[in-house]
Design a protein around this ligand. Structure first.
Ligand code: GRF
Length: 216
């Protein structure tokens, strides 16, 4: 089966991008990372893409009069490359409803909490303040409302006694690096489909889809 052409949108470090690049090195992986786009010139993730021989571009949001113009430029770049799936990986711009609807069920995002808990920023500090025993990460299809949309994969991570934000963030990030490649695999292979705004996984044993335990 032909591998689905994928673009990854980043703004920074790019560790989730790296996890996707590493997964896609496997010839049987159903997606190929063809393009990495950053809105920030010095995003460290651009170097990761270059090191992997992946085409990069920068679409600097500051060069556009408004969000609609920025999103139109992004959209044009993605379509010029024949991209079929777009992965947001630490991309720190809100996308317009027009853009999101144009990529409906082909645009996915990773968020460092068990959505719908803790949408938005500072998720780990808020999880610690709330005293939850588990947090984690979510990969979901993007909808116009930030951090909403049909859930593809989640990984639960325990909050341990004495945890602080950096320790918890590192534990969640390790889970993100497993959850995102799994989610993209499910989407690119066609196994994950949106039915009545929830994701159904073909061939999964449970209604929730494939389960994996991110703990060692
Ligand atoms: C991750 O925690 C991701 O969940 C959030 O932004 C962070 C990006 O990290 N959306 P990286 O750039 O992938 O290392």
């Amino acid at each position: 089966m032909a591998r689905k052409p994928v673009a990854v949108l980043i703004s920074g470090r790019g560790s989730n991008l790296q996890a996707l690049i590493d997964a896609a090195r496997e010839p049987s992986y159903p997606a190929e990372i063809c393009r990495v786009i950053s809105n920030v010139w010095d995003a460290a993730g651009l170097k990761r893409a270059e090191a992997a021989g992946i085409a990069t571009s920068v679409v600097d949001h500051r060069a556009f009069a408004n969000r609609a113009a920025f999103d139109a430029a992004l959209d044009q770049a993605l379509r010029a490359d024949g991209i079929e799936i777009v992965c947001l990986a630490g991309f720190m711009r809100l996308l317009t409803a027009d853009f999101v609807e144009g990529w409906r069920d082909r645009l996915i995002n990773i968020h460092p909490s068990l959505l719908p808990a803790f949408p938005g920023l500072d998720t780990h500090a808020r999880a610690l303040a709330a005293g939850v025993r588990f947090t984690g990460c979510t990969v979901h299809f993007v909808r116009p409302v930030m951090d909403e949309g049909p859930i593809i994969t989640q990984a639960a991570v325990p909050v341990l006694p004495g945890d602080d934000e950096p320790h918890l963030a590192a534990r969640v990030l390790a889970a993100e690096h497993r959850a995102y490649p799994l989610a993209l695999q499910l989407v690119a292979s066609g196994r994950a489909r949106v039915v009545r705004d929830r994701v159904e996984i073909d061939g999964a044993d449970t209604p929730a889809g494939p389960f994996f335990n991110p703990l060692p």
